[in-house]
Design a protein. Sequence first.
Length: 122
Amino acid sequence: MRRARAADESARPLRIAERSLDGPRVRRQKVRMARMVHCIKLGREAEGLEKPPFKGEAGQRVFDNVSKEAWRMWLEHSKILINEYRLDLTSEQGQRIWMTEMEKFFFGEGSALPEEFVPTKG
């Protein structure tokens, strides 16, 4: 139980209590700076991911080169691919297709939407 609590506490911002010369206590929060990356997709500096999205070399490559904004764009795009191609991400083949499309999206010519895809109106 103590380990879970300690891990949970480390995720919270640190709070520092001080007394001002005027009397009442002032609370300050120690703010952690966002990690910045030169995003390969956006072509500019942007806030980076907090941690690699998955294990391995590919996860580290995404962590080093992709911003939070671009990762969210990929997740939206990949939802379409998963649904249109009926990808089963629990299968090796589905994961291989997903990873190949992700590589294209960030580091290649771009991942195209399926030809049959029709966006919903509204």
